[in-house]
Design a protein around this ligand. Sequence first.
Ligand code: XIL
Length: 356
Amino acid sequence: MVLSALLTGLLSATLVGPLTTSAGAAAPDPTTATLRQLAAHTGMRVGTAVDTSALANDPQYRALVAAQFDTVTPENVMKWEVTEPQQGQYDFSQADTLVAFARAHGQKVRGHTLVWHSQLPAWVTSRDWTKAELRQVLKSHVQTEAAHFRGKIWAWDVVNEAFNDDGTLRDTLWLRVLGPGYIADAFRWAHQADPKAILFYNDYNIEGVNPKSDAVYSLLRQLRHQGVPVQGVGAQGHLDTQFPIPGDIVQNLRRFAALGLYSAITEADVRIPLPVDPTESAAQSAGYSAMLQGCLLVKRCISFTVWGFSDKYQWVPGVFPGEGSAALYDENFQPKPAYDQVRRDLALAPRGRARA
Ligand code: XIL
């Protein structure tokens, strides 16, 4: 009697009811639940980059950030040109607003980014520096910013985009004046200033195994052996439907896990050469799904973040001529097929990890 009731219950759950996880608890319904509700049972966090002016001015945008995501990344306002526009004069006001929003909504913050070659203020780029001078400039910046947000940042993208696609180090001001040691220095300084933040190296085109991800792997292995405090690798995940989806994302993330590193998809979007047609749209869903499933299949992959969730505020059209429609929601905040795909992937994922 009891058994047959149980069996009937199980059967109906299988046929029409909510999905059950390996632990037996009902997972939320993938046709109605939010991304953060669906991610909760997986242990992996789901995040978005946030445009802070949209957050301030667009109530629909704000409501979706709060409802759908459990981590946020400032799209621009923690970058050097914003936080230290003049030497020694710091402005964290916009970033502080986002950190407060995240706190109010139970969200973690991914800090982005301390050391990068782009979006630097003119005072850094428009003069010559001696090695000693520039090292002090970088140290002050990294330590002051990381210390300002101490205890409030879940994960920091400490160094961003230091490699070329062929695996050589990118020719930046930092490399030219300081030499390759600037990378280890930045991680040490950030760790001193905020010992609890998870410190990431972040880059694009390192989702799969290729010369660039090989070079990042070699560097991070070396840094780990030297005791440098780097704890994660971020694969940005800027895909394009006209290029192949990397087939070896899981293999790639697993080799970083074997070094003791966390990983994350940090800036996922899948851009489309316009106009969009149904095949492009399906290819976009496949791109998002490949990255999300890759992360879900690797226990040490702790978060999946999209680089803007709506086409209303998205960086692709301004940077890639003729391309766009890269986000999960369209310009009217209507979810696209890719959004439904992400929900299904999250719902299927087993409980598999403790939350970092
Ligand atoms: C982009 C922002 O989305 C734009 O608003 C800004 O104009 C330029 O930077 N890789 C990164 C991000 O690490 O910081 C970049 O963000 C996108 C590529």
